[in-house]
Design a protein around this ligand. Structure first.
Ligand SMILES: Cc1cc2nc3c(=O)[nH]c(=O)nc-3n(C[C@H](O)[C@H](O)[C@H](O)COP(=O)(O)O)c2cc1C
Length: 193
C-alpha cells in the first residue's frame, strides 16, 4: 500500500454517535450530539468524552457532574442531526420534544427511543486550551430488553437496532449505506425543510 501524509484528520475512521443528555439550571432536559467518545480501563470500564468550545451540554455537565450518553440509531438520525446542529436553548431544539424518561441511578434525562444508554458521572475534568476531556465512571447501562434475548445473536441484534456511524462529515447506516451529510437528515423533521 502506497501512503500519503496529511494534516490531522480522522476521515475513514468511523465513530459511533451519542446524544448527551443533561439538565439545565431549571431542570429542563437538553440533548447535544457527540462523537468524541471512547472507553477507558482502570480496574473497571469507564468512558472518556471530549467537548470542544462552549455549549450548554458542557456548562450543564460542569454544574451537575453527570450526563447520559444515548446511542444514536438510524431511526433517531433526523433528531440526532438536529441536536448536533442547533444550540441548546434554541427554539428549534426546544420544539423537538423527544420521548424522555429519568435515569435509574443518576439524575439525568434519558431518551426512551435509544436502545443503549450510559449513565455517567464525571470523575475528572481535564481542561485543554479550547476543549475539555472528561473521564467518567459508568454508573449504569440501560439496555433495551430485546438485546438480552437469547433467540438472536449479536449480528442480528446490531442489525435490528442499526447504530449510526459517522466519518468525513457524513452519516452511514449499519449496512454502510450513505445517509447524508451532517445537516441533511434534520431537514426530514417537520418544520426544518
Ligand atoms: C455528527 C456530530 C458530532 C458531534 N460531535 C461533537 C463532539 O464529540 N464534541 C463536541 O464538542 N461537539 C460535537 N458536536 C457539536 C455539538 O453537537 C453541537 O455543538 C451542539 O449544538 C451542542 O448542543 P448544546 O448546545 O445543546 O450543548 C457534534 C456535532 C455533530 C453534527
Amino acid at each position: 500500500m502506497s501512503k500519503i501524509s496529511l494534516a490531522p484528520n480522522n476521515d475513514y475512521c468511523p465513530q459511533s454517535l451519542f446524544f448527551y443528555g443533561t439538565n439545565d439550571e431549571e431542570g429542563k432536559a437538553d440533548f447535544g450530539l457527540f462523537c468524541w467518545f471512547s472507553y477507558t480501563w482502570d480496574g473497571e470500564m469507564g468512558v472518556m468524552a471530549c467537548i470542544g468550545g462552549s455549549k450548554l451540554t458542557k456548562a450543564n455537565i460542569h454544574r451537575t457532574k453527570v450526563f447520559s450518553a444515548n446511542l444514536v440509531t438510524e431511526a433517531l438520525l433526523p433528531l440526532a442531526d438536529l441536536m448536533g446542529n442547533t444550540r441548546g436553548g434554541s427554539p428549534e431544539k426546544a420544539a423537538a420534544a423527544p420521548r424522555l424518561e429519568a435515569g435509574r441511578v443518576l439524575p439525568v434525562p434519558v431518551l426512551t427511543d435509544s436502545p443503549v444508554v450510559f449513565e455517567l458521572e464525571v470523575k475528572q475534568f481535564i481542561p485543554l486550551h479550547d476543549g475539555e476531556v472528561m473521564l467518567c465512571a459508568i454508573r449504569n447501562v440501560l439496555q433495551d430488553e430485546s438485546l438480552a434475548a437469547e433467540d438472536a445473536g449479536v449480528p442480528e441484534k446490531l442489525a435490528a437496532i442499526a447504530p449510526i456511524r459517522t466519518t468525513a462529515h457524513r452519516y452511514f447506516g449499519w449496512d454502510g449505506s450513505d445517509l447524508g451529510a451532517w445537516g441533511e437528515p434534520m431537514k426530514r423533521l417537520s418544520g426544518n425543510a
